[in-house]
Write a protein that binds this ligand. Structure first.
Ligand SMILES: Cc1cc2nc3c(=O)[nH]c(=O)nc-3n(C[C@H](O)[C@H](O)[C@H](O)COP(=O)(O)OP(=O)(O)OC[C@H]3O[C@@H](n4cnc5c(N)ncnc54)[C@H](O)[C@@H]3O)c2cc1C
Length: 407
């Protein structure tokens, strides 16, 4: 990606546009459309898309450099940047057909934030318990079921919907992805955008429930990884490791932003006739905050870099899990400690720290909870492929490909 400095472009936008507007999206619970236009014009939306499809072919690491800068200013906009380069779009660019790529890439480059639809009311961490089905019918499929907590539901055009494929005789073939491109103002028959959640943070991002009722999907919009439908879920989730590193990077960026604010405040605010910075109790808090941010950044960068060497094109599963686990928990603590350093002012809505504390809380839940990530790390340490399945704990040899925890 010669002559394109993702970090410098992101930093400039973050400082001049995203930071001043961050409170607005939060208070009005509105989607940051103006910011997305700027991301798109700066070449940051879809920068990970290969050049032959109009992107810049940016690496996971280069995308992460931009995400950190944006997250320091506006968590919401950083989420759009992650989803405009990782998750759904990177899955399509890795496993999609030429037709699928050529349909989706221009939309993302123009600012669409694609939606990835895995979670269901009765299938959260246990994602492979999903009951959304795609029944084979003639040359295509009929999709039926419900997804909830879908980020972008109601504003996204591209949807990647995970569903259990059933043969015409009802045989369960495994899980595949289905690409549905809609006009969110006028969704097709069989695609309903239901209620929007009211969230504690990231308030400008729609989190919606989607309902599908015999939605017609042509054969050419099925996204089937090279390993086939039966084992395809594992490949689809491999692509999710990039999204996980992106989410961890947002958390780390928010923490880095909070650390900057706290540092400036300790030097400026006086009590007992001297700057807060002279109190050793606060110095030690600051040192721990700095160390946590630094360690997270190293882990995230290591995970992001592993995408270049691992062979799958995506970050290593274990490195991604460890990094997101560590960064998300660190960020909740760092933002909380920064808020404490501001005293009453930190608790008030005039300071961004209360918004940042609400926003950053999400990252220990979405995209694999800290408990599920710990299961994954423990499984690797213990040499067990997936610590839990419907059948109980299993070792490498016995793991079912069909029903495993959503990591
Ligand atoms: C803001 C937000 C945005 C989201 N966006 C999307 C999206 O765009 N697309 C999408 O598909 N999903 C999305 N999700 C859903 C998210 O991926 C799920 O919330 C997550 O996978 C956990 O599922 P759950 O909420 O049903 O919790 P549950 O699975 O019901 O878990 C409840 C609690 O039990 C713990 N737990 C569960 N199983 C185990 C276990 N085996 N061992 C130890 N602890 C366990 C969990 O860690 C958690 O603490 C989003 C969620 C949020 C909050």
């Amino acid at each position: 990606m010669k002559n394109f400095d993702s970090r410098a472009r992101a930093r400039e936008l973050a400082e001049t546009e995203f930071a001043p507007r961050a409170a607005h999206w939060d208070q009005t619970r509105s989607y940051c459309r103006e910011n997305v236009v700027s991301l798109s014009q700066a070449g940051l939306m879809g920068m990970s898309i290969p050049q032959e499809y109009g992107g810049k072919g940016a690496s996971c690491f280069e995308v992460c450099l931009a995400i950190e800068e944006v997250a320091k200013a506006c968590t919401l906009t950083a989420r759009v940047l992650v989803e405009g380069n990782m998750g759904c779009i990177s899955t399509i660019m890795a496993y999609g057909t030429a037709l699928q790529k050529s349909l989706c890439a221009p939309l993302v480059l123009a600012g669409d934030k694609p939606a990835i639809c895995i979670t269901e009311p009765d299938a959260g961490s246990a994602a492979t318990d999903m009951s959304t089905v795609a029944r084979r019918k003639g040359e295509g499929y009929l999709l039926s079921g419900s997804k909830h907590w879908i980020t972008g539901g109601g504003i996204s055009k591209i949807h990647l919907i995970f569903a259990r494929v059933l043969s015409e005789t009802g045989r369960d073939e495994g899980i595949a992805g289905f690409i549905i491109i809609i006009d969110p103002e006028n969704p097709p028959q069989g695609f309903e955008i239901m209620r929007r959640e009211r969230t504690m943070g990231l308030c400008g991002m729609p989190e919606a429930e989607l309902h599908f009722d015999n939605l017609e999907v042509p054969q050419e919009m099925a996204l089937i990884p090279p390993s086939g439908i039966e084992r395809g879920f594992a490949d689809l989730m491999t692509a999710y490791n990039g999204q996980r590193v992106g989410a961890g990077t947002i958390a780390m960026g928010v923490a880095a932003g909070a650390l900057d604010r706290a540092t400036r405040y300790l030097l400026e605010r006086q009590q007992f006739g001297r700057p807060l910075a002279e109190f050793q109790g606060l110095q030690w808090m600051l040192a721990d905050m700095d160390t946590g941010v630094h360690a997270s950044r190293l882990m995230l960068h290591e995970a992001a870099r592993s995408a270049e060497t691992g062979g799958t094109g995506f970050p290593d599963k274990l490195l991604a899990a460890r990094a997101k686990l560590f960064a998300s928990e660190m960020a909740v603590k760092v933002v909380n400690d920064a808020l404490q350093m501001f005293g009453a002012r930190g608790y008030g809505a005039g300071e961004p720290l209360e918004r940042m504390a609400r926003d950053v809380r999400m990252f220990t839940i979405g995209g694999g909870t800290t408990q599920i990530l710990r299961n994954q790390v423990a499984g690797a340490v213990l040499g067990m492929k997936t610590p839990q399945t419907r059948e109980g704990y299993s070792n490498m040899a016995g793991t079912s490909p069909q029903r495993v925890a959503a990591e």
